[in-house]
Design a binder for this molecule. Structure first.
Ligand SMILES: [Zn+2]
Length: 616
């Protein structure tokens, strides 16, 4: 059979799934965002300027009313001011114009009209947020003794967690003038640098098989190529990144020096202290997670790759084959992905299915890739605004999982709306827990139905993907930490040093069965998350905690009440307390070790499959 025929055969492999629940009738599904219906008629809709003007009026009125009021004197006055502040932040008119324009640029990066208007709008809004910056700074200055008194006052009961959080971070506040300058300069000192490298990469292309292949598209198609082609294309891409690295070197040194000097001004001790505080997490919990995964977790991933190499009857597998499936990938069109997700969501809780149905029929999910559309997937939600899911659906299993993941975020967002505006958000840590929980629920349902012969493939592919979320993200964390510490102690890092640092940390979780070269370390320039200030740990934290939740649910279906409590908690307490309220202790190192057990079991099960295969 020629290769072409083989590929053709792959495409028609169907995915078998029979829904288990009787589902309500679904209306007409829209596969594009209905931004004109949900926000404004177009960029010139006069309503937009009216909304911005109203926002400006309200912000100025708030500033005028409260700027010179001493809020430390009366709990009642403070409660009144906070209530107004909460409403101000929740104004639908304040968020609507920015959301409309930003979402437009996500589905079309070449939308110049939206891009320009968005820049002008951002300048206006930045000035507005500077108008009211005094408010939290003034509350932050209330002396410790008075803080304790106020927290006991019943008039402030609703604001207790909000105030606790505000006072916890107030220790790191600067003066109003300094805060304003940092705000106004943030785009030049960080945003523009990151944009520059990202855009340079997006504009690059490589010559592959007689065709100019854009860099990002090449990265996406890598997994679909034969092993020889994978290696060839990857090498071309790394050569591009080696060149980009000459610029990325300066970007990294600039943005990391910027954050290091701001941290020093604000009195943050460790490179991830500010992240822990803003994610409502503790440094200790992050350190426990990183320790457990860097030790036990990394031995597990190294073991898995050794088994995977054995399965393929090779000594070493090239780095680009780390996710390669061991089976023929079935085709899952979006309509089938919708059927499966509806079955899973309705099966867990009616409300979850209904949220999905509404988003499908209201034009809140943008499904397919198209020219100019950004890559990847995300969920976007905000107080008093419609929730959106952004996909690049490719009719495969990974896209099905991505749909469940992003819908997990969306359902979390919607359930959080039972809180008042202050508490409707969520820490990124709890958010990534919910999204991976929905992936877990989906996988368990699909696996239960899978034919015996298909199970090894599902199992193997799941382990490979779990490693991308568990070990790989912690390897990134370790690399990022080393970059921060080295730039601080040595003054700077060169492109080659950054490459070697990345190589070292990738090697640490991949082990000897994966053929990794120093040149692969240039991938540091391409990984956006290394610029997000230790964001990466939340993926690992989330997937490990959600494994515990999924296990509890499998053992006892009534655990869904706890899951829903978790979703509805929004941001009403810190991460540790929200987990504690459903019986999970995130301050113990052992919790992370226990959470790795499923992953260990999966790898042991794969070891058995490899052993069986060897016997044959
Ligand atoms: Zn996510």
């Amino acid at each position: 059979m020629s290769k072409k025929q083989k590929n053709k055969k792959k495409v028609v492999k169907k995915f078998n799934y029979t829904p288990q629940n009787s589902l309500p009738k679904l209306g007409k599904v829209q596969t594009k965002w209905d931004l004109n219906g949900l926000y404004y008629k177009n960029a010139d809709d006069p309503q937009m300027e009216k909304d911005i003007k109203k926002t400006e009026r309200n912000y100025k009125a708030f500033a005028k009313k409260w700027r010179n009021v001493d809020l430390s004197k009366s709990a009642k006055k403070l409660a009144e001011a906070l209530a107004e502040y909460e409403q101000l932040g929740a104004m639908s008119e304040a968020g609507k114009p920015g959301r409309y324009l930003r979402l437009r640029t996500a589905i079309n990066a070449n939308d110049q009209e939206a891009t320009k208007k968005l820049t002008l709008l951002s300048n206006r809004l930045r000035k507005l947020s500077n108008e009211v910056i005094f408010f939290s700074l003034n509350i932050g200055k209330i002396p410790k003794g008075t803080q304790n008194e106020l927290l006991k006052n019943p008039a402030l009961e609703h604001y207790k967690y909000y105030l606790e959080r505000l006072w916890l971070s107030a220790k790191h506040d600067l003066s109003e003038a300094e805060e304003k300058i940092i705000n106004l300069k943030s785009s030049q000192s960080y945003g523009r640098w990151v944009d520059m490298v990202e855009k340079m990469i997006a504009k690059r292309s490589v010559k592959f098989k007689g065709r100019d292949l854009p860099f990002n598209e090449a990265m996406e198609t890598l997994d679909t190529l034969s092993k020889g082609d994978k290696v060839k294309l990857w090498d071309l891409l790394m050569t591009e990144l080696e060149q980009i690295g000459e610029v990325a070197e300066h970007e990294f040194n600039a943005i990391i020096n910027d954050v290091r000097s701001e941290d020093e001004l604000r009195g943050y001790k460790k490179p991830y202290s500010a992240t822990a505080l803003s994610y409502e997490d503790t440094e200790k919990s992050i350190e426990n997670l990183v320790d457990v995964v860097s030790n036990e977790g990394f031995s597990l991933s190294k073991k898995f790759y050794k088994l995977k190499a054995e399965w393929h009857k090779e000594n070493k597998l090239h780095y680009t084959r780390k996710y390669e499936s061991i089976g023929d990938a079935p085709t899952i069109p979006f309509s089938q992905a919708v059927d499966i997700c509806r079955d899973v969501f309705y099966g867990v809780k009616n409300e979850y299915g209904e949220i999905f149905d509404n988003m499908l029929t209201n034009g809140q999910i943008d499904v397919y890739p198209q020219a100019g559309k950004r890559g990847g997937a995300f969920m976007s939600g905000s107080v008093n605004q419609p929730t959106h899911v952004f996909l690049n659906h490719l009719d495969n299993f990974k896209s099905l999982e991505t749909l469940a993941h992003e819908m997990g975020h969306a359902i979390h967002e919607e359930r959080g709306k039972c809180q008042t505006p202050f508490y409707q958000g969520h820490s990124i840590t709890t958010a990534e827990t919910v999204s991976t929980l929905f992936e877990n629920l989906l996988f368990d349902t699909v696996y239960e139905q899978a034919a015996e012969k298909d199970r090894p493939v599902l199992l193997h592919d799941r382990v490979a993907r779990d490693i991308a979320t568990i070990q790989r993200q912690i390897a990134f964390f370790n690399a990022e930490l080393e970059i921060h510490n080295t730039i601080k102690s040595a003054g700077a890092m060169t492109n080659v040093e950054l490459r070697d640092c990345m190589y070292k940390h990738l090697k640490a979780y991949l082990g000897p069965a994966i053929d990794l070269s120093k040149k692969d370390g240039y991938s540091y320039a391409y990984i956006p998350h290394l610029r997000y200030g230790f964001y990466v740990y939340t993926y690992t934290f989330g997937i490990l905690m959600s494994t515990i939740m999924a296990n509890n649910y499998k053992a006892d279906k009534s655990y869904i009440d706890k899951i829903d409590k978790f979703l509805c908690a929004g941001e009403s307490d810190n991460v540790a307390n929200i987990f504690k309220s459903i019986g999970i202790n995130t301050s113990r190192e052992n919790t992370f070790k226990e959470a790795l057990r499923n992953h260990t079991d999966d790898i042991n099960a794969f070891a058995k499959i490899v052993k069986e295969k060897r016997k044959k």
